[in-house]
Design a protein around this ligand. Structure first.
Ligand code: BGC
Length: 793
C-alpha cells in the first residue's frame, strides 16, 4: 500500500479535464476496473484509471481544519501535515449555536481544500454524546440531535458552496472509542430514529453531503459497513441520499457484503484484497454485477462533482481565516458562573496572576485523525500581557507540568501510574509541590487569579475513552491551594468533553468553559476575560454533578462485544430533566456580561394534522448595560402522549444580538417532526394529537415562557394481525365494528367477557369454545381492514 500523495490529483494537471461521461465509461470499463474503483488507491485517493482518463479524487481529514498529509508521512504520523487553519473543534463550535458562523467556517475550510487540491473534507462528525467519557467527544457537537444536525448542516453547506464535498461521519451509533471497531451498539429502533439518526438525517436531507462515512462498529449485530438497512433502506430509500458511502479507515470486513449493502468505496486501499473478494463473489454468483456498477457509478459521479473546483494555483487568506477562527472561539466559550460580576476584569488595578501551564501552552484541539498543523498559534498569557501592557501587571506560574508529546497513550492519563511506567510513557497528573508552591506565592500577592486548568492531551483522544470525568490530581491540588489564598479566582477550562466541576466550583468566583478553542483561542480568551467581547456560548451538553449520574452507567462501555443502549431516549438533558436530577450546569446554560428578559410568547398553528407547523414568536430585551447575544431555546413537552416521551426536547433555537436596552422579536418555526415520535409498529413518524407545551428557555432549566397547544395530529391506526390483542381489535376504527357485528347475539361473548379477554391475542380467543370465526377468517379480516385503513390515511 502506498502512503501519501503519490497519485497525481486532477488539480495538478494543467488542463482541468472535462466532466466524465459516466454511462459511456461504465460501458467501457472492464469488470476488474469497476471493482478496483470501489477501493482506495492509497490512504487518501480513489483509484484513477489512466486508460480512460478517470482521475483520482483526493480526500483528507477533517473536520475542524484540513489535515493533508505530506507525502513522507506514515500511517501513524499524525503530525506531518501541511499548515492549515485550526478552527475550534465541534465541541466548541456547538456552543455557539450559530449556524451562520458555522457556514462561514465551512466556506473557509472549503477554500483551504481548494488550495490544497483536496476534494473531500472528512467530516463533520455528528455522533451523539452518549457518555461524557467518549474519547472523541471533542469531535462531536452535542447530546442533542437537533442542535448537532442543524449546526452540521450549516457547516456542510458552507464547505460544499465552494465546490468541495464533505464526508458526514461516523454513520452510525459510534458513541464510544472502547472496542470501536467491533462493538455492537444494541439500540431499539425508536431510540435510533429519535436520537442517534436524526442529526445524520437532517444533514442528508437539508445539506446534501457528497459523501457519508460509515462507522466501525456494529448496530444490533450488523457492521455498519455491511448494513443494508442503514446504508440503503434508511439512507437512500427513505432520506433520498444521492452521494457516495465510504468506509471508515479499515472498517471493511467482507467487502462483497459491503457492496451489496450499499458501501460504495472502501478506504483506504486494501492492497487489492477488497477487489479480489468482489470479483470472486461476482464469479460465484453471490454478488451481482449490477451492484458493482452501482458503486462504480457513484465513484465516477464523485469524480465529476470534484472536477469543477480543481484548478492549480488557488490560495487562501490565512490571516482572514485566523480572524474567523478567533471570532468562532469568542462565540464558543461558555461563561458558567460569574459571582459578583468578577468578570470582565478591569484594565487597571492590582496584579493579575495567570496560573496554569495551559495559559502558555494552549490545549486547543484534540488528538487523533483530526489533528491539524496550525498556521499560527496564540496563547492566552501573551494575549493578556499584550492587552494589559503598561496598565496592569500580569504575573505567571505554570502550577503543573504538561506532557506535551502528542503521541498519546491511555496509560499516560494519570489514572494508572504503574501501567504508564510499564508502557514507558510519562504519567501526567502527579502533583509537583514546588510548582504549586510558586503558584500559591503569586496567587497570594495578586488581586485576581486567572487559573487555566483542563485535560492534558493524554486524557482524551480518538482511540480510547476516558477513565473518569475529573481533572488530573495535580491540577485539582493546585486549584485548592490557589483558592485557599485568593478569593478572586477565575477558572478557565480547556477540555474536549465535560469535566466534573462540582467539587471545586464553589471555591472560585468565575468559571469560563473554554473547551478547545482552536489556534486563535488565546486572544479570544483574553477578549472575553477583559470584556472586549461578551460571552455568548451556551452548553451543548449537560455538566452533571457527578459522572455516576450519567444515564449510560451500567451500559457503558459494554461487555462481550455488546453495548446495550439501555437508557433508550434518555440521553443527556432528556435524562436529567425527566428524572429531575440536579446538575452542575444544565444543557443550554451560558451567562453573558449583560442580561435578557423574555416576553410576549405567541404561537400560531398552521395546517393542522400530519403537516402541522407552528410558528413561535417571543420578544427578547437586553436589560443590561452592554451589547450581547442571546440564544433562545424552544423546548416541546408532550405529557399526555400514549408513548413514553422525555420531559422536554429541544425543537428549535434562534440567536439574537442586541445593544443595551434594545429589544427584538424572535421567530422559530416548528414543523410536524417537532411534535412527532417514531411509531415502531407502524415504522414511521406519527404526530399523535393531544396537548403539547411549548417552553422558551435560556437553558433547559431556565424556562422563561410557556404556552399550551392543542394539536389534532393524525389518527394512528396500527396494522392488525391475528396475533394482535382482542382489545386492540375492538378499539380499531374499522375492525372493532366488524368484530362486534360478528359477535352480535353471542351470549358467551358478551361485553363483559370481551373485556375480560381483551389482553389475549385474537387468534387465541378464536380457539375458545363457541367463538364464531376461526384463524383463517381472522387473517382475511386483518388483511381486508389493513388495506382499507392504509388507503384512507
Ligand atoms: C477515523 C476517521 C478519519 C479516518 C481517516 C479513522 O480512523 O475514524 O474519522 O476520517 O481515520 O484519517
Amino acid at each position: 500500500m502506498s502512503e501519501g500523495n503519490e497519485i497525481t490529483p486532477a488539480s495538478d494537471r494543467l488542463d482541468v479535464p472535462r466532466l466524465l461521461d459516466v454511462p459511456r465509461l461504465l460501458a467501457e470499463l472492464t469488470l476488474d476496473e469497476k471493482a478496483a474503483l470501489l477501493g482506495g488507491a492509497d490512504r487518501w485517493h480513489t483509484e484513477p484509471i489512466e486508460r480512460l482518463g478517470i482521475p483520482a479524487v483526493m480526500m483528507a481529514d477533517g473536520p475542524h481544519g484540513l489535515r493533508k498529509q505530506s507525502p513522507e508521512a506514515t500511517v501513524l504520523d499524525l503530525l506531518v501535515s501541511y499548515p492549515a487553519t485550526c478552527f475550534p473543534p465541534a465541541v466548541a463550535l456547538a456552543s455557539t449555536w450559530d449556524g451562520d458562523l458555522l457556514h462561514r467556517v465551512g466556506v473557509a475550510l472549503g477554500d483551504e481544500c481548494r488550495a490544497e487540491g483536496v476534494s473531500i473534507l472528512l467530516g463533520p462528525g455528528v455522533n451523539m454524546k452518549r457518555t461524557p467519557l467518549c474519547g472523541r467527544n471533542f469531535e462531536y457537537f452535542s447530546e442533542d440531535p437537533l442542535l448537532a444536525g442543524s449546526l452540521a448542516a450549516a457547516f456542510v453547506t458552507g464547505v460544499q458552496s465552494r465546490g468541495i464535498g464533505v464526508s458526514l461521519k461516523h454513520f452510525a451509533a459510534n458513541n464510544q472509542e472502547t472496542d470501536r471497531r467491533h462493538v455492537s451498539a444494541d439500540v431499539d429502533e425508536r431510540t435510533l430514529r429519535e436520537i442517534y439518526l436524526p442529526a445524520f438525517e437532517r444533514v442528508v436531507t437539508t445539506a446534501r453531503p457528497w459523501t457519508l462515512m460509515c462507522s466501525y462498529n456494529r448496530i444490533n449485530g450488523v457492521y455498519s459497513a455491511e448494513n443494508h438497512w442503514l446504508l440503503t433502506e434508511v439512507l437512500r430509500d427513505e432520506w433520498g441520499f444521492d452521494g457516495l458511502v465510504m468506509s471508515d479507515w479499515d472498517a471493511m470486513n467482507l467487502r462483497e457484503r459491503g457492496v451489496a449493502a450499499g458501501l460504495d468505496l472502501e478506504m483506504p486501499s486494501s492492497d487489492g484484497v477488497g477487489t479480489r473478494r468482489i470479483l470472486d463473489a461476482v464469479a460465484a454468483g453471490t454478488l451481482s454485477e449490477a451492484d458493482v456498477d452501482r458503486g462504480a457509478t457513484r465513484v465516477l459521479e464523485l469524480v465529476n462533482r470534484s472536477l469543477p473546483a480543481l484548478a492549480p494555483g488557488q490560495t487562501f487568506d490565512a490571516a482572514a481565516h485566523h480572524a474567523l477562527a478567533r471570532e468562532a472561539a469568542v462565540e464558543s466559550a461558555v461563561l458558567l458562573k460569574n459571582d459578583g460580576a468578577l468578570l470582565p476584569l478591569a484594565r487597571s488595578g492590582g496584579p493579575i496572576a495567570v496560573i496554569g501551564e495551559f495559559a502558555r501552552t494552549p490545549r486547543y484541539q484534540g488528538a487523533g485523525s483530526s489533528r491539524v498543523n496550525p498556521t499560527r498559534l496564540e496563547d492566552a498569557l501573551t494575549a493578556l500581557r499584550e492587552a494589559l501592557a503598561g496598565a496592569r501587571e500580569v504575573t505567571f506560574a505554570p502550577g503543573f507540568a504538561l506532557v506535551t508529546d502528542v503521541v498519546t497513550h491511555p496509560a499516560a492519563a494519570g489514572v494508572d501510574a504503574a501501567a504508564a511506567t510499564a508502557a514507558g510513557v510519562p504519567a501526567t497528573g502527579t502533583p509537583d509541590s514546588s510548582l504549586i508552591a510558586d503558584a500559591v506565592e503569586l496567587a497570594r500577592a495578586a488581586e485576581v487569579v486567572v487559573l487555566f486548568v483542563g485535560l492534558p492531551p493524554s486524557y482524551e483522544s480518538e482511540g480510547y475513552d476516558r477513565a473518569h470525568m475529573n481533572l488530573p490530581p495535580d491540577q485539582l491540588e493546585l486549584l485548592a491551594a490557589v483558592a485557599a489564598v485568593n478569593a478572586n479566582v477565575v477558572v478557565v477550562l480547556s477540555n474536549g468533553a465535560a469535566v466534573t466541576v462540582h467539587p471545586w466550583q464553589d471555591s472560585v468566583r468565575a468559571v469560563l468553559e473554554g473547551w478547545l478553542l482552536g489556534q486563535a483561542g488565546g486572544r479570544a480568551t483574553a477578549d472575553l476575560l477583559l470584556g472586549a467581547a461578551s460571552p455568548s456560548g451556551k452548553l451543548a451538553e449537560t455538566l452533571p454533578l457527578a459522572y455516576e449520574h450519567n444515564p449510560s452507567i451500567g451500559n457503558f462501555p459494554g461487555e462481550d462485544g455488546v453495548v446495550r443502549y439501555g437508557e433508550g431516549l434518555l440521553i443527556g438533558y432528556r435524562w436529567y430533566d425527566t428524572h429531575r436530577l440536579d446538575v452542575a450546569y444544565p444543557f443550554g446554560h451560558g451567562l453573558s456580561y449583560t442580561t435578557f428578559a423574555y416576553s410576549d410568547l405567541v404561537t400560531r398553528v398552521h395546517d393542522d394534522g400530519a403537516r402541522t407547523s407552528v410558528e413561535v414568536t417571543c420578544r427578547v430585551t437586553n436589560t443590561g448595560t452592554r451589547a450581547g447575544r442571546e440564544i433562545v431555546q424552544v423546548y416541546v413537552s408532550n405529557p399526555g402522549s400514549s408513548v413514553f416521551r422525555p420531559e422536554q426536547e429541544l425543537k428549535g433555537f434562534a440567536a439574537v444580538s442586541l445593544d443595551a436596552g434594545a429589544s427584538a422579536e424572535v421567530h422559530v418555526t416548528l414543523d410536524a417532526r417537532a411534535f412527532s415520535h417514531w411509531h415502531t409498529a407502524a415504522s414511521r413518524w406519527t404526530l399523535e394529537g393531544g396537548s403539547f407545551e411549548v417552553r422558551i428557555g435560556a437553558s433547559s432549566r431556565d424556562i422563561r415562557l410557556t404556552t399550551a397547544l392543542q394539536l389534532a395530529g393524525e389518527v394512528i391506526v396500527d396494522p392488525l394481525a391475528p396475533g394482535t390483542l382482542l382489545g386492540v381489535w375492538l378499539a380499531h376504527p374499522v375492525a372493532g365494528d366488524r368484530l362486534r357485528e360478528i359477535l352480535q347475539g353471542s351470549t358467551v361473548y358478551d361485553d363483559y367477557r370481551l373485556w375480560r379477554l381483551r389482553e389475549n391475542p385474537l387468534v387465541r380467543v378464536s380457539r375458545m369454545r363457541g367463538f364464531p370465526i376461526d384463524e383463517h377468517d381472522i387473517a382475511a379480516l386483518a388483511a381486508e381492514v389493513n388495506a382499507q385503513t392504509e388507503s384512507s390515511t
